[in-house]
Design a binder for this molecule. Structure first.
Ligand SMILES: C[S@@+](CC[C@H](N)C(=O)[O-])C[C@H]1O[C@@H](n2cnc3c(N)ncnc32)[C@H](O)[C@@H]1O
Length: 277
């Protein structure tokens, strides 16, 4: 992402906002476990970058409690409005959402933690972003990021022609311009290059099966959001995908064979700022 809103590969439609919410239903429990392991807790003041529809900020509001504070930043004003109204509807008054590019805002420098999910992969220079974010932390403050890695694409066990086709559609060849698809496995190196202590790491993937598993819908909606970008980048023809029937075809394929679906895995990394930089 080069900083202009229209360059965001997944688009900015209302449907994409709903996809982010569905995504959080699947990945939220993993992110909660990750933040707890990293040490996010009561009373902390946390900066969430690339807040999107606010799911991470809402989760953090619960973890830090009424004595803590969450500041969520996103450069897309529409999605920030969604995040604000969701926080209001949930009754949280310990969250503030700010619109803008995180590096251009005048943010406090005494945060206890800076965090983000699915954000470093979209940045042209994740190392310099982490270096900058460390300046927003008190000494001893936590840097915690949760990112996918498409070296492990969505997989069905046992695989089928349809599931392998979906892998080919959703994961463009390495080197294709766009997000860093291996951000998860590059977190360690990114932290170290940013001058942070070597981070602790975690890895987890959502997995499910049966007719009610949300993964079929999630994969189909993700592909729907990616179609325009994939058309440009890889020449994918939407007619070949038949997107409106994809979730049901995938469900039928998995359920009909008592198979399971593993969604893209999440790497977590956390580390603490050790000096006053
Ligand atoms: C994939 S979404 C992630 C949403 C959210 N973190 C979640 O886990 O649901 C990435 C978000 O980062 C925002 N973003 C990207 N670069 C940014 C920047 N430099 N400053 C602020 N927001 C940014 C985008 O507008 C987008 O809403």
């Amino acid at each position: 992402m080069d900083g202009t809103p229209d360059s965001y590969i997944l688009g900015r439609s209302a449907r994409e906002t709903r996809r982010l919410i569905l995504q959080n239903q699947i990945y939220g429990p993993l992110t909660r476990r990750f933040f707890r392991a990293a040490g996010i807790g009561r009373g902390m003041k946390v900066l969430d970058i690339g807040s999107g529809a606010g799911d991470v900020a809402l989760l953090l509001a619960d973890l830090v409690g009424p004595s803590g504070r969450v500041v969520g930043v996103d450069m897309n004003p529409d999605i920030i409005e969604t995040a604000r109204s969701r926080a209001e509807a949930a009754g949280w008054n310990n969250i503030e959402f700010v619109t803008g590019d995180v590096r251009e805002l005048d943010l406090d420098t005494d945060f206890d933690a800076v965090v983000g999910r699915w954000i470093l992969m979209y940045l042209p220079d994740a190392v310099s972003m982490l270096r900058y974010l460390a300046t927003r932390l008190r000494t001893g403050g936590l840097v915690a990021f949760h990112e996918n890695d498409f070296s492990y694409p969505p997989t069905v066990f046992p695989p089928s022609e349809l599931s392998m086709q979906i892998q080919r559609w959703t994961v463009p060849p390495l080197g294709t311009p766009g997000p860093e698809l291996q951000m998860g496995s590059k977190l360690f190196r990114t932290y170290v290059e940013a001058g942070l202590p070597a981070p602790e790491l975690s890895v987890e993937a959502p997995v499910g099966g049966g007719p009610d598993w949300a993964g079929y819908e999630y994969i189909a909606e993700t592909l729907r959001s990616l179609l325009p970008a994939l058309g440009r980048l890889t020449g994918l023809d939407p007619r070949a995908v038949d997107i409106d029937t994809l979730a049901q075809r995938l469900r039928d394929d998995v359920v009909g064979r008592d198979a399971i679906q593993v969604l893209p895995i999440m790497f977590g990394a956390w580390s603490r700022k050790t000096d006053a930089r």
